[in-house]
Design a protein around this ligand. Sequence first.
Ligand code: DAH
Length: 342
Amino acid sequence: MIDQIRDLTDQFEKDLASVRDMDTYAAVRNKWLARETGLITASMKRLRDMPREDRPAFGQAMNELRVRVEERMAKLLDGLKLAAREQEIARKSVDVTRPGFPYPLGWEHPIRRLQAEIEQIFVSMGFRVFDCPEVETEYYNFEALNMPRRHPARDAQDTFYFDEAALRLLRTHCSTVQVHAMETMKPPVRAVSAGRVYRRDPFDATHSPMFFQVDVLAVDEGITMGDLKGTLEMFLKRIFHPDTQMRLRPGYFPFVEPGAEVDISCIFCFGKGCRICKQTGWIEILGAGMVHPKVLRMSGVDDSRYSGFAWGMGIDRVAILKYGVEDIRLFFENDLRFLRQF
Ligand code: DAH
């Protein structure tokens, strides 16, 4: 009887030593502790065939073996779980001493920065930055700026239409700020608005179907051409060079009367004449004028009491001149080697 128990114990120790992983553990556990068929239960059943006097000692020894098997199996399971967890951690762990992956940083775009610089100059003069939509209706882009249907000035701006029926389009200029600002603010109005504009132009060294403009509007009692000139001159000196000279030539834009084309003294030769200014000493830089009375009226401003000036300019063009960039496409390629130079 004692021999039987010792054999069982030896066998259990051997089985225990053979456990390598969860699968072998489950097999050993099943072999010993399965409810009906496990070796412990099966051995207990032998009690019935024993002489009465041997039963208590055998029963007690078997019980001790059962407790031992259960305890050893539980301990083994804990060990297996711990090992599995450690393996998992080792597999997932991060080596904090390894060098990181390079994370390329962008760069402020020169046009963005120029736009912010321009806005800041006007904010310092009491103007408000005004955001206008890029998707417009024909009314804001043309009609309300005194370019009714079939007006020849519409031809000068090849427009991207979404659908002619709904008259929705991509704005061709930022002069839409005149209408939006006067509709939402009562005079006095001082607004500056910059952003993307779109025209059906080819994409080459001097053209792009998308480029940037800034428009400025001032409406108040007693605004004159003198205010326009003074504001413009101050702005141009600040954005280009304190010695920059300016001249106005008569120019036609349907939404201003009188209208003017504005030149600055060539920033490359200082007016002496060079390749860039085609030997004239002047560079055309923007369009300007006094807001047309019809435009004031259409946006709900009393033109007998108020007047205003407006002007608009290409930001890319300023960037090209200021930074001496020969190809406008460089601004849209976003090559960091180019952008980092600014
Ligand atoms: N919108 C005109 C253009 O895109 C530029 C312009 C001319 C704006 C005269 C003005 C202005 O505000 O008064 O060519």
